[in-house]
Design a protein around this ligand. Sequence first.
Ligand code: IPE
Ligand code: IPE
Ligand code: MG
Length: 261
Amino acid sequence: MRRVCPRRLCIYIMTSEEPTSLLPSHIAIIMDGNGRWAQAQGKKRVQGHKVGMERARDIVAHCGKLGVQTLTLFAFSSENWSRPEEEVGFLMNLFVTGLTRESKTLHKNNVQLRVIGDVSRFDKKLQAAISKAEDLTRNNKGIVLQIAANYGGKWDIIQAVNKLISKIPNKSLAEPVTEQMLESELVGSDLPHVDLMIRTGGEKRISNFLLWQCAYSELYFSEKLWPEFNETALDAALSEYSNRQRRFGQTSEQVMAEQTK
Ligand code: IPE
Ligand code: IPE
Ligand code: MG
């Protein structure tokens, strides 16, 4: 039996009277370590991106089966443009072929695909592939898959502020901006906040990913390089997550009392 706790937007999987495990509503993953993985195999860095894409496909399918509502994958940051031209070019082509090849399967599996980030910097061919895949899957009711491409958490906050400003008719009479107002303009504002943020590749930083949306996320850092991060590795992260106590500023006792209500 499933019980949804609206305040926290988390789902308790009930096998008995008490919740036995917690499934995050929203998982965000910084898929890091492709280049190092390839280099360790004596291959070019870009080969790591190719295998990394296969892992992403497996993880999407696994999350869909588990009943995760939203999965956000960091594919290309606003800072990744500063990589060697050849690597950036390879990644752009990989996005086009990946979107074209995978969108039918995603659609068949009821996945709703959204690309988040400043897509206007991509070339027309990639922008067209993005729109086509988004249009095809728009009405799907299964897992929402957000691919963060040319995404930066700072960009997201700034674009939200600018949207708010454009909505103010007489700027001298502007009301103070509230958290709710700003939040409603961020990308994915209709989706739950990130419950679990995973970073592979051993680094312990957020690197300008969902800065606002991860305010109370549980952070999980894996030493595995992204091409090695399979379903079992995700299950290990979910298992650790289910044992964390999320307090949102409350005391441990308050949280326990609420759970037994
Ligand atoms: C993450 O892997 C993928 C992208 C940033 C596109 P990296 O390419 O950063 O791999 P490492 O960190 O150099 O090993
Ligand atoms: C973060 O990885 C971005 C993506 C996974 C797309 P990076 O490899 O770019 O992050 P830094 O530069 O090491 O922080
Ligand atoms: Mg990296």
